[in-house]
Design a protein around this ligand. Structure first.
Ligand SMILES: C[S@@+](CC[C@H](N)C(=O)[O-])C[C@H]1O[C@@H](n2cnc3c(N)ncnc32)[C@H](O)[C@@H]1O
Length: 159
Protein backbone atom coordinates (compact mmCIF):
# COMPACT_ATOMS: atom_id res chain seq x y z
CA UNK A 1 0.00 0.00 0.00
CA UNK A 2 1.16 3.53 -0.78
CA UNK A 3 0.32 6.21 1.78
CA UNK A 4 0.86 9.89 1.14
CA UNK A 5 0.53 12.45 3.91
CA UNK A 6 0.22 15.97 2.60
CA UNK A 7 0.82 18.45 5.41
CA UNK A 8 1.06 22.21 5.59
CA UNK A 9 4.25 23.54 7.15
CA UNK A 10 7.44 22.09 8.51
CA UNK A 11 7.92 20.34 11.84
CA UNK A 12 9.86 22.76 14.01
CA UNK A 13 9.92 20.88 17.32
CA UNK A 14 12.79 18.43 17.77
CA UNK A 15 10.79 16.09 20.01
CA UNK A 16 8.08 15.78 17.35
CA UNK A 17 10.63 15.14 14.61
CA UNK A 18 12.10 12.29 16.67
CA UNK A 19 8.68 10.70 17.09
CA UNK A 20 7.80 11.17 13.42
CA UNK A 21 11.09 9.61 12.30
CA UNK A 22 10.46 6.64 14.61
CA UNK A 23 7.04 5.92 13.09
CA UNK A 24 8.32 6.48 9.55
CA UNK A 25 10.93 3.82 10.31
CA UNK A 26 8.37 1.42 11.80
CA UNK A 27 5.95 1.94 8.90
CA UNK A 28 8.61 1.15 6.31
CA UNK A 29 7.91 -2.59 6.84
CA UNK A 30 4.20 -2.11 6.12
CA UNK A 31 3.75 0.45 3.35
CA UNK A 32 5.41 2.94 1.09
CA UNK A 33 5.07 6.21 2.97
CA UNK A 34 5.55 9.59 1.41
CA UNK A 35 5.30 12.77 3.50
CA UNK A 36 4.75 15.81 1.31
CA UNK A 37 5.12 19.18 2.99
CA UNK A 38 3.63 22.24 1.39
CA UNK A 39 4.87 25.61 2.67
CA UNK A 40 2.58 27.53 4.98
CA UNK A 41 1.60 31.07 4.07
CA UNK A 42 2.73 33.86 6.36
CA UNK A 43 -0.16 35.03 8.54
CA UNK A 44 -0.04 38.75 9.27
CA UNK A 45 -0.58 39.79 12.89
CA UNK A 46 -4.24 40.58 13.49
CA UNK A 47 -5.21 38.97 10.18
CA UNK A 48 -8.82 39.58 9.20
CA UNK A 49 -11.19 36.70 8.48
CA UNK A 50 -10.88 37.50 4.77
CA UNK A 51 -7.08 37.31 5.00
CA UNK A 52 -7.29 33.98 6.84
CA UNK A 53 -9.62 32.62 4.14
CA UNK A 54 -7.21 33.81 1.45
CA UNK A 55 -4.33 32.01 3.19
CA UNK A 56 -6.36 28.80 3.45
CA UNK A 57 -7.20 29.06 -0.26
CA UNK A 58 -3.54 29.54 -1.21
CA UNK A 59 -2.43 26.63 0.95
CA UNK A 60 -5.33 24.59 -0.45
CA UNK A 61 -4.18 25.15 -4.02
CA UNK A 62 -0.72 23.87 -3.12
CA UNK A 63 -2.22 20.81 -1.39
CA UNK A 64 -4.48 19.97 -4.33
CA UNK A 65 -1.55 20.17 -6.75
CA UNK A 66 0.15 17.37 -4.75
CA UNK A 67 -2.77 14.90 -4.70
CA UNK A 68 -2.14 11.95 -6.95
CA UNK A 69 -4.89 10.97 -9.39
CA UNK A 70 -6.89 7.94 -8.30
CA UNK A 71 -5.87 8.21 -4.66
CA UNK A 72 -8.46 7.78 -1.89
CA UNK A 73 -8.41 11.16 -0.15
CA UNK A 74 -8.80 11.53 3.63
CA UNK A 75 -8.55 15.13 4.87
CA UNK A 76 -8.25 15.42 8.65
CA UNK A 77 -11.01 17.70 9.85
CA UNK A 78 -12.40 18.48 13.27
CA UNK A 79 -15.97 18.10 12.06
CA UNK A 80 -15.28 14.90 10.14
CA UNK A 81 -16.32 11.45 11.28
CA UNK A 82 -14.70 9.88 14.32
CA UNK A 83 -13.56 6.27 14.00
CA UNK A 84 -12.03 3.81 16.42
CA UNK A 85 -8.57 2.52 15.48
CA UNK A 86 -10.18 -0.80 14.56
CA UNK A 87 -12.65 0.97 12.27
CA UNK A 88 -9.90 2.91 10.53
CA UNK A 89 -7.92 -0.32 10.16
CA UNK A 90 -10.97 -1.99 8.60
CA UNK A 91 -11.46 0.94 6.26
CA UNK A 92 -7.85 0.74 5.09
CA UNK A 93 -8.15 -3.02 4.67
CA UNK A 94 -11.37 -2.68 2.65
CA UNK A 95 -9.72 -0.11 0.40
CA UNK A 96 -6.81 -2.45 -0.23
CA UNK A 97 -9.16 -5.40 -0.91
CA UNK A 98 -11.19 -3.18 -3.26
CA UNK A 99 -8.04 -2.48 -5.24
CA UNK A 100 -7.50 1.05 -3.94
CA UNK A 101 -3.99 0.80 -2.60
CA UNK A 102 -3.18 4.50 -2.57
CA UNK A 103 -4.43 6.66 0.31
CA UNK A 104 -3.73 10.35 0.82
CA UNK A 105 -4.19 11.84 4.28
CA UNK A 106 -4.20 15.65 4.44
CA UNK A 107 -3.37 17.82 7.47
CA UNK A 108 -4.12 21.53 7.35
CA UNK A 109 -2.09 24.44 8.69
CA UNK A 110 -2.92 26.60 11.68
CA UNK A 111 -5.99 28.01 9.91
CA UNK A 112 -7.27 24.62 8.81
CA UNK A 113 -8.16 23.32 5.34
CA UNK A 114 -9.97 25.19 2.58
CA UNK A 115 -13.43 24.09 1.46
CA UNK A 116 -11.98 23.03 -1.89
CA UNK A 117 -9.65 20.57 -0.16
CA UNK A 118 -12.43 19.29 2.11
CA UNK A 119 -14.73 18.81 -0.89
CA UNK A 120 -12.07 16.70 -2.61
CA UNK A 121 -12.12 14.29 0.33
CA UNK A 122 -13.62 10.82 -0.04
CA UNK A 123 -13.84 10.66 3.73
CA UNK A 124 -13.30 13.39 6.35
CA UNK A 125 -11.59 11.97 9.42
CA UNK A 126 -11.86 13.52 12.87
CA UNK A 127 -9.58 12.56 15.74
CA UNK A 128 -11.91 14.12 18.35
CA UNK A 129 -13.70 17.39 18.93
CA UNK A 130 -10.47 18.83 20.35
CA UNK A 131 -8.12 20.90 18.20
CA UNK A 132 -4.57 19.57 17.95
CA UNK A 133 -1.62 21.59 16.64
CA UNK A 134 -0.88 20.54 13.07
CA UNK A 135 2.66 19.44 13.92
CA UNK A 136 1.47 17.13 16.68
CA UNK A 137 -1.35 15.88 14.43
CA UNK A 138 1.23 14.45 12.04
CA UNK A 139 2.77 12.30 14.80
CA UNK A 140 -0.65 11.17 16.05
CA UNK A 141 -1.73 10.24 12.51
CA UNK A 142 1.46 8.23 11.89
CA UNK A 143 1.01 6.32 15.13
CA UNK A 144 -2.59 5.48 14.19
CA UNK A 145 -1.63 4.33 10.70
CA UNK A 146 1.02 2.10 12.28
CA UNK A 147 -1.57 0.80 14.76
CA UNK A 148 -3.94 0.03 11.86
CA UNK A 149 -1.35 -2.09 10.06
CA UNK A 150 -0.60 -3.97 13.29
CA UNK A 151 -4.33 -4.60 13.84
CA UNK A 152 -4.84 -5.77 10.25
CA UNK A 153 -1.93 -8.19 10.47
CA UNK A 154 -3.05 -9.50 13.85
CA UNK A 155 0.27 -8.44 15.34
CA UNK A 156 0.59 -7.52 19.01
CA UNK A 157 0.73 -3.85 19.89
CA UNK A 158 0.11 -2.35 23.30
CA UNK A 159 -3.62 -1.67 23.73
C1 LIG B 1 -4.51 23.73 14.34
S1 LIG B 1 -5.57 22.73 13.36
C2 LIG B 1 -6.56 23.92 12.51
C3 LIG B 1 -7.65 24.44 13.33
C4 LIG B 1 -8.63 25.23 12.50
N1 LIG B 1 -9.26 26.21 13.35
C5 LIG B 1 -9.71 24.29 11.91
O1 LIG B 1 -10.87 24.46 12.25
O2 LIG B 1 -9.38 23.40 11.15
C6 LIG B 1 -4.53 22.20 12.05
C7 LIG B 1 -4.97 20.94 11.32
O3 LIG B 1 -4.79 19.83 12.15
C8 LIG B 1 -5.79 18.85 11.88
N2 LIG B 1 -6.52 18.62 13.14
C9 LIG B 1 -6.35 19.23 14.33
N3 LIG B 1 -7.16 18.71 15.24
C10 LIG B 1 -7.87 17.73 14.64
C11 LIG B 1 -8.86 16.79 15.05
N4 LIG B 1 -9.32 16.74 16.31
N5 LIG B 1 -9.35 15.91 14.14
C12 LIG B 1 -8.90 15.93 12.87
N6 LIG B 1 -7.97 16.79 12.41
C13 LIG B 1 -7.45 17.67 13.29
C14 LIG B 1 -6.65 19.39 10.75
O4 LIG B 1 -6.20 18.89 9.52
C15 LIG B 1 -6.41 20.88 10.85
O5 LIG B 1 -6.59 21.51 9.60
Amino acid sequence: MQIDIIAVGKIKEKYLNLGIEEFQKRLSSYCKLNIIEVPDERIPDNASLAEEEYIKEKEGEKIISKIRDGSYIIPLALNGKMLSSEELAEKMNNLAIGGNSHITFIIGGSNGLSNKVLQKGNFLLSFSKMTFPHQLMRLILLEQIYRCFRINRGEPYHK
